[in-house]
Design a protein around this ligand. Structure first.
Ligand code: PLP
Length: 419
């Protein structure tokens, strides 16, 4: 008798974005005249930079000729792309990472979800709360947790990200073997600074633990001196793996390209208690279950590092950050506590009420869609995530509508500041 993986039954039933889509659909059926503005799902809206598009076209053309055609590529990605990544994303920032430590992939979601396969079932996992749900759910599916009881999976060490912690996770008191960190964080938009990351690296060394560092939004860190990569921190090569993606950097959400860095110095214990390098495990995993990213996509990704590509990306990111700034300013002026939005496309707003109630309110009164924070973890309850990935006009209009509604509902005359 064929039986299902019973660990899937532990997963919380409703996937956040499905629930949002259902509510939005029901609302639109009732009120078809309302033009919705969606600042919910974290997908980009700007198209691929022209430099990427040109490289993409050229590479597609190469695939149509015997002399330039390419079949299967290396499972870890073409050398030209890994060289460009090592040079531009790491060595240019003083991080000692070589092309032979990089694995190109078709997305960080898969990499973040799959990496846990390399570890024993009975390790203890530490996960920020709230955070991108893939880390937790992939460990639940793998049977590394108990059941979901009182808003938490048994056996998981949650790392609270609340006003008390500055909305960033701090090293835990309890023993933990594997920690996921996400900076800039989805959904809170907060980042781990140099001191925060140094504390985490020191903690990992002391505790013989490993950090899986998700930097999918690294391109939004614009201020000099703020780390984009954990490998800018001394000693991180021994205790960290990093996930990066071209999705939010250069509009590759539909094109699909990302990479994972596994330093050769990073080691884990085998059953006999001896240290073994992690790199060959991920290499083995990838060559068994993954056959590489298409050549044209890798050429398009390589073009993100050209001078034109960099200029075009800067313009796009600056545009999104301007949207984030507009959102922060409006929500603060309306009296809301706000985090994130500075080095991130996400603004994290204390709704001052139940987050689904706030979601419904703004959907009905302003026709604006946000993401309720409780979908990212129990500490997200009472917060909403506002995404800056919309068009500039859409963001301005959404903020105007919210302002009008909130001011009206508080019976405050325009011009007066709410308390
Ligand atoms: N990591 C984080 C924190 C994300 O928010 C996302 C996507 O929203 C991803 C990874 C997935 O990126 P990709 O498009 O490369 O799969």
């Amino acid at each position: 008798m064929i039986r299902a993986n019973s660990h899937f039954e532990k997963l919380k039933s409703s996937y956040l974005f499905r629930k949002i889509a259902d509510r939005v659909k029901a609302f639109q059926e009732q009120r078809p005249e309302v033009r919705l503005i969606r600042l919910g799902i974290g997908d980009v809206t700007q198209p691929l930079p022209e430099a990427c598009l040109d490289a993409f076209h050229k590479a597609v053309e190469e695939m149509g000729h015997v002399s330039t055609f390419r079949g299967y590529g290396p499972a870890e990605g073409y050398e030209f792309l890994r060289q460009a990544i090592a040079e531009n994303d790491y060595r240019a920032y003083g991080a000692d990472i070589g092309p032979d430590e990089i694995f190109v992939s078709d997305g960080s979601k898969g990499d973040c979800g799959n990496f846990q396969e390399l570890f024993a079932r009975d390790i203890v996992v530490g996960i920020p709360d709230p955070v991108y749900p893939v880390y937790l759910d992939s460990n639940v599916m793998a049977g590394r947790t108990g059941s979901f009881v009182d808003s938490a999976y048994q056996g998981v060490v949650y790392l609270p990200c609340s006003p008390e912690t500055g909305f960033v996770p701090r090293p835990p008191e309890l023993p933990v073997d594997l920690v996921y960190l996400c900076s800039p964080n989805n959904p809170t938009g907060t980042i781990l600074g140099r001191n925060d990351l140094t504390a985490w690296v020191d903690w990992a060394k002391e505790n013989k633990a490993l950090i899986l560092f998700d930097a999918a939004y690294a391109a939004f860190v614009r201020k000099k001196g703020l780390p984009r990569s954990i490998f800018e921190i001394d000693g991180a090569r021994e205790v960290a793996v990093e996930f990066r993606s071209f999705s939010k950097t250069a509009g590759f959400t539909g094109t699909r390209c990302a990479f994972t860095v596994v330093p050769k110095d990073c080691r884990v214990f085998d059953d006999a208690g001896n240290l073994q390098p992690l790199y060959p495990l991920w290499y083995r995993r990838q060559t068994t279950k993954f056959n590489g990213v298409s050549y044209p996509v890798q050429r398009a990704a390589e073009a993100t590092y050209s001078p034109e590509g960099q200029r075009q990306i800067d313009t796009i990111i600056e545009g999104y950050l301007k949207n984030a700034d507009e959102i922060c300013k409006t929500m603060k002026a309306l009296g809301y506590e706000v985090a994130g939005g500075k080095h991130s496309p996400y603004v994290w707003v204390d709704a001052g009420m139940d987050d689904w109630a706030f979601f419904d309110l703004l959907l009905e009164k302003a026709g604006v869609v946000f993401t309720p924070g409780s979908g990212f973890g129990s500490k997200g309850a009472g917060y909403v995530r506002i995404s800056a990935f919309g068009s500039s006009n859409g963001v301005v209009e959404a903020m105007t509508r919210i302002q009008q509604h909130i001011l009206l509902s508080k019976s405050i005359l325009p011009g007066e500041q709410p308390q």
